[in-house]
Design a protein around this ligand. Structure first.
Ligand SMILES: *[C@@H]1O[C@H](CO)[C@@H](O)[C@H](O)[C@H]1NC(C)=O
Ligand SMILES: *[C@@H]1O[C@H](CO)[C@@H](O)[C@H](O)[C@H]1NC(C)=O
Length: 342
C-alpha cells in the first residue's frame, strides 16, 4: 500500500503533492488554480446536537494555502452585521464574544479548521460560516446547527392572546425555553403537535399547527401550519410557541396534596426548585417522564406528563403534557414537579 502511494506520488507530485486526498486517477491531471478547492464540501449540511452537548462543526481543508486565516461566524439573514466567532492566524487567534469562550478550533490535524462549541445552548442554533481567508480568493462553506428539542405552546395566566412579540420572547425564556422558529414548529407538527391557538414564532410571524382539520381551526384547509403572516411586534397579541432541548438536570414528582408555597418548600428541601414548564416538557420528551398526578409548576400552572396514554390519565389518544391550567395558589389538591440542576 505504501509503495503504491509513493509510486503515485512520483507520477503526480507536481499537481497533488499537497493534496491530502486519496490519489485517484481523476485527480491526477487536475490543475489547481490558486485559491480554489481549498475546502472540502461538507457531506452533511446540517449538524444535529442537543443543549449541554459539545458539538463539532466540520470544516476540512483539501490543502493549505501558503498563508491564510480561518474565520468562523454565525450567519443571521435578518442581521446584516457579521457575528464573528473567531479568527485565527497560525498559532495566534482572537476569540470574539459571541459564544463567550465556548468556541475553539479543533485542530486535530494540519488541515482541520473545524469549530468545537462546548456546552451548546438554545441560542446556538442557526447557520455558521467557515471562511478561509488568504487574500486572493476567499472560500467559505456554511453549515446549520440544529438542536433536538420539543416545542410547547404557552398561554398567559390572563387568558388567550395576551402576549406581544417582546413578551412572548420573555415568557419563553422564563419557562427555560426560547421562542420557537418556524422550522422547529414544522418539525413539532410532523411529530404530532396539533394546537388551535395562534402563537408567535422567533421570526416575528404568527402561526398554529393543525393535524386534524376542524371548523374552528381554519375549516376545511388541509392539515398543516396555518399562517397569520407577519404581525406588529408591539401591538398584536397572541399566545406563543416555545422551544426547549435536553435537560441539564432532573425532574421528579413529590406527592401532595400541597398548596403552592408548600410545594415550593418541598422542592427546596431536596435542593431543587419548582420545575418550569420547559423543564417538564424536556423531561417528558427526553427522559420519558410519565406520571399521572397533577403537580405545581413554577408559573402556578398544574400539569402532568404522559408518555403512555391511558384512559384514567387524561384519556387523550396521544402522549403529551396535560394541563389543569393556572390554579389558585391556595388550592391544596396537587403534588409538585421539582427540578434539580446537575
Ligand atoms: C465538553 O468538553 C469539555 C472539555 O472541553 C468537557 O469538560 C465536558 O465534559 C464535555 N461535555 C460533554 C457533555 O461531553
Ligand atoms: C399553604 O399551606 C400552609 C400550611 O398548611 C399555610 O400556612 C399557608 O398559609 C398556605 N398558603 C397559601 C398561599 O394558601
Amino acid at each position: 500500500m505504501k509503495g503504491l502511494c509513493v509510486l503515485q506520488l512520483l507520477l503526480s507530485c507536481s499537481v497533488s503533492y499537497q493534496d491530502p486526498g486519496v490519489y485517484r486517477k481523476a485527480d491526477r491531471n487536475q490543475v489547481y488554480t490558486p485559491g480554489t478547492h481549498y475546502l472540502l464540501n461538507p457531506i452533511h449540511g446540517v449538524i444535529h446536537s442537543a443543549r449541554g452537548a459539545n458539538v463539532t462543526l466540520p470544516c476540512i481543508m483539501r490543502r493549505r494555502p501558503r498563508s491564510y486565516r480561518v474565520k468562523w461566524s454565525k450567519v443571521n439573514p435578518a442581521d446584516p452585521l457579521e457575528n464573528l466567532i473567531l479568527i485565527s492566524n497560525g498559532q495566534r487567534h482572537k476569540n470574539y464574544d459571541k459564544l463567550k469562550g465556548r468556541a475553539r478550533l479543533r485542530r486535530s490535524h494540519r488541515l482541520d479548521a473545524s469549530l468545537i462549541i462546548t456546552d451548546v445552548s438554545l441560542e446556538d442554533e442557526g447557520r455558521y460560516k467557515c471562511e478561509l481567508v488568504n487574500g486572493l480568493d476567499d472560500q467559505s462553506l456554511t453549515l446549520s446547527l440544529e438542536l433536538e428539542g420539543v416545542v410547547f405552546p404557552y398561554q398567559s395566566r390572563e387568558g388567550r392572546y395576551r402576549f406581544n412579540y417582546i413578551e412572548a420572547h420573555q415568557v419563553c425564556e422564563e419557562q427555560d425555553g426560547r421562542l420557537a422558529t418556524y422550522a422547529q414548529l414544522y418539525q413539532a407538527w410532523t411529530d404530532g403537535l396539533d394546537w388551535c391557538n395562534a402563537g408567535w414564532l422567533h421570526e416575528g410571524s404568527v402561526h398554529y399547527p393543525v393535524i386534524a382539520p376542524r371548523e374552528q381551526c381554519g375549516g376545511d384547509l388541509p392539515p398543516g401550519i396555518r399562517s397569520y403572516g407577519p404581525k406588529d411586534k408591539l401591538k398584536d397579541r397572541y399566545d406563543t410557541f416555545c422551544f426547549t432541548s435536553a435537560l441539564k438536570g432532573r425532574v421528579y414528582f413529590v406527592n401532595g396534596p400541597m398548596n403552592y408555597s408548600e410545594a415550593s418548600n418541598a422542592c427546596q428541601a431536596g435542593k431543587a426548585e419548582v420545575a418550569k414548564v420547559g423543564h417538564l416538557y424536556a423531561a417528558w420528551k427526553f427522559s420519558g417522564l410519565d406520571h399521572c398526578d397533577g403537580g405545581w409548576l413554577s408559573d402556578g400552572s398544574v400539569r402532568f406528563p404522559i408518555t403512555e396514554p391511558r384512559e384514567r390519565c387524561g384519556g387523550l389518544p396521544d402522549p403529551g403534557v396535560r394541563s389543569f391550567g393556572f390554579r389558585d395558589q391556595e388550592e391544596r389538591l396537587y403534588g409538585v414537579y421539582c427540578y434539580a440542576p446537575t
